[in-house]
Design a protein around this ligand. Structure first.
Ligand code: HEC
Ligand code: HEC
Ligand code: HEC
Ligand code: HEC
Ligand code: HEC
Ligand code: HEC
Ligand code: HEC
Length: 401
């Protein structure tokens, strides 16, 4: 359906689609229709197609089994996945280890003073403009996003029942607060603006769709029943049917056949496979549509990867799962990524085949990513992201757009 639409748009200028690029707000309105294979798409286009896609709205909460059910039969994957940063991408503020480990955090800009104070249970967030008690405001934090691999941001509600994003975020590399990425304000008009940014209901739906599981049911944001973090069914789709089928088969002593009962993304073609992770990490089109530019685009691995010469028109040897197992935390040992590179760039002297590409140079036989996937510093995130645009990187070069 929407594949033709994206293909059409590819040939025309798309800058008019520019929308504010926040921590991954990649939404575009949809029109048109009809799919040829192997086309990169925007996430909103994928969501219009039939079948499961991550972040989609589902009909009923009853279709979700919950990670504890999966653990009965997939014990190893379940034990490791729930420990990952993805698995813990959101938590109730009261449960934040970061907040409890830093019972008093301060940040000051101009005359504004920010403080997050954590007691036995709750965290209280306050801002003052330094001119007296009447010019201060405070709130109890409700949600913490991110376990702190890079950062942790906070949401709270006011008496009006609406959500607000705190203007300050905890950054692991600073071990303290600083402005929330892309939200710095040099001169806020008052203490309220200094303290927060209001989040509309559409944005709340998007934040929770990427950081939790089963948060929007039948078009309604369901804060009470959502599953914390990016859990099994965020990627495998609602699992009740699969659980029932596998239990029935086990009881009957039959050979289990899971075919058709649950989504296995490994069956997607390489381009869709990358778009699949891109549902939250930002697809190539999501980044283009949002007008993303500069080092901030390094936060979108799908975008940068597909900008590499290595990617070509797509290849299963270079999808996200060729290098990452989403059920375990990202590996930091560079040599663990060599196998992926060597699957296309054989060691020098190895006979060339139709499937291989220029040989790796004879002298350098390992840790390929240390030179060819450089880390780039994103000042907004106070963090060096891995540039997934594989290339010959030169010392001191500008970030290649
Ligand atoms: C009663 C045991 C049982 C439970 C509970 C269970 N599974 Fe499975 N699952 C299996 C078995 C057995 C297979 C392998 C069947 C096969 O090889 O066709 C399987 C296969 C799968 C596959 C691969 C499917 C494919 O077609 O390649 C996925 C993905 C999966 N399970 C995810 C889940 C998730 C997510 C949950 C929780 C919502 C879950 N499972 C709960 C028994 C279970
Ligand atoms: C439902 C949304 C969602 C989907 C789908 C998703 N991710 Fe993520 N991913 C996140 C969020 C949110 C984070 C940030 C978590 C944090 O650091 O707090 C993240 C972090 C990561 C990280 C770094 C931290 C870690 O846990 O290792 C890797 C690697 C990663 N994702 C890979 C993948 C791959 C590969 C896929 C596709 C198979 C994928 N993601 C699909 C939401 C998603
Ligand atoms: C389109 C999906 C998407 C939306 C919407 C989204 N995020 Fe994220 N977020 C991610 C992914 C993927 C990552 C990991 C990659 C990165 O750091 O950019 C992430 C990372 C983060 C991190 C850093 C966590 C860490 O340590 O890696 C914070 C904090 C965060 N998001 C907060 C938010 C907040 C608050 C909102 C809503 C106001 C939001 N995000 C909306 C997908 C999303
Ligand atoms: C971020 C997305 C993501 C999350 C979250 C996730 N998976 Fe997966 N899962 C995948 C992908 C992609 C594959 C296919 C590649 C692979 O086998 O790793 C997969 C494959 C599987 C398979 C088939 C493995 C095989 O050997 O054939 C099972 C079973 C499974 N997942 C269970 C789970 C369970 C249980 C959870 C929750 C504890 C979970 N997954 C969470 C993305 C995810
Ligand atoms: C799917 C196959 C495939 C994989 C996997 C792959 N590459 Fe490539 N790579 C290519 C192709 C194709 C080219 C373009 C060759 C050409 O220009 O003829 C290329 C080009 C390159 C170049 C030259 C780029 C330039 O800017 O001129 C480098 C360096 C490189 N690859 C390194 C790597 C490293 C390191 C890895 C692992 C992190 C890797 N590749 C993984 C297929 C792949
Ligand atoms: C050729 C191997 C390779 C492929 C393919 C790949 N990654 Fe990575 N990725 C890495 C390496 C290497 C790191 C850095 C690990 C470290 O040292 O922390 C990394 C780190 C990450 C991180 C952590 C944040 C950061 O920037 O360091 C995220 C999130 C991530 N990858 C997501 C993805 C997604 C989504 C895809 C698919 C579009 C993908 N990766 C494809 C090699 C790869
Ligand atoms: C110490 C840094 C370093 C390491 C480690 C490294 N490379 Fe390179 N690579 C380079 C540089 C620099 C070039 C540019 C040409 C040159 O100097 O040989 C290059 C060039 C390449 C090219 C392009 C060759 C061509 O003919 O177009 C490929 C492919 C490549 N590297 C793959 C790899 C693979 C695969 C690995 C891991 C087995 C690897 N490199 C490890 C620095 C490195």
């Amino acid at each position: 359906m929407s594949r033709v639409r994206t293909e059409l748009l590819r040939s025309i200028s798309i800058s008019i689609w520019s929308i504010a690029a926040v921590a991954g707000m990649f939404l575009v309105p949809g029109f048109l229709a009809c799919p040829p294979a192997l086309a990169q798409l925007s996430t909103s286009d994928h969501l219009e197609e039939p079948g499961f896609w991550p972040t989609q709205n589902v009909a009923s909460r009853d279709q979700f089994a919950g990670a504890a059910a999966c653990a009965n039969c997939h014990a190893a994957k379940s034990a490791s996945q729930k420990q990952t940063s993805m698995g813990t991408a959101s938590l109730h503020a009261d449960d934040s280890v970061i907040l409890h480990a830093h019972p008093k955090m301060n940040f000051a800009v101009g005359s504004y003073h920010y403080e997050i104070k954590t007691g036995a249970k709750e965290s209280s967030y306050s801002v003052t403009d330094g001119t007296g008690a009447s010019n201060s405001t405070n709130a109890t934090l409700l949600w913490a996003f991110g376990i702190g691999r890079v950062a942790q941001s906070y949401l709270f509600k006011k008496d009006d029942g609406n959500f607000y994003e705190s203007r300050v975020t905890f950054f692991t590399n600073l071990q303290n607060l600083n402005f929330t990425p892309a939200r710095a304000l040099a001169s806020p008009k008052d203490v309220a603006e200094a303290m927060y940014r209001p989040l509309g209901s559409a944005e709340i739906v998007r934040c929770f769709a990427c950081h939790t599981t089963a948060s929007t049911i039948g078009g309604q944001f369901d804060e009470k029943n959502l599953i914390l973090g990016v859990s099994c069914e965020a990627c495998h789709g609602p699992g009740v049917k699969h659980v029932a089928a596998m239990q029935a088969a086990a009881l009957a002593g039959a050979t289990e056949n899971s075919a058709g009962t649950i989504v296995n993304p490994a069956r997607l073609n390489p381009v869709d496979m990358v778009d699949f992770c891109g549902a939250c990490h930002g697809t190539w089109w999501d980044v283009k549509f949002s007008g993303g530019k500069g080092v901030a685009t390094a936060r979108s691995a799908p975008f940068r990867l597909e900008e590499s010469k290595c990617w070509g028109k797509g290849d299963a040897r270079l999808t996200c799962i060729a290098c990452h197992d989403p059920h375990v935390e990202v590996r930091t040992d560079p040599s663990s990524y060599d196998r992926a590179c060597l699957s296309c760039h054989p060691a020098s002297g190895t006979p060339k085949t139709a499937a291989t590409h220029p040989s790796a140079h004879p002298a350098r036989t390992k840790d390929c990513v240390t030179c060819h996937m450089p880390k780039v510093y994103d000042p907004d995130m106070h963090y060096k992201f891995t540039d997934h645009r594989i290339r010959i990187a030169h010392e001191g070069e500008a970030y290649p757009e």
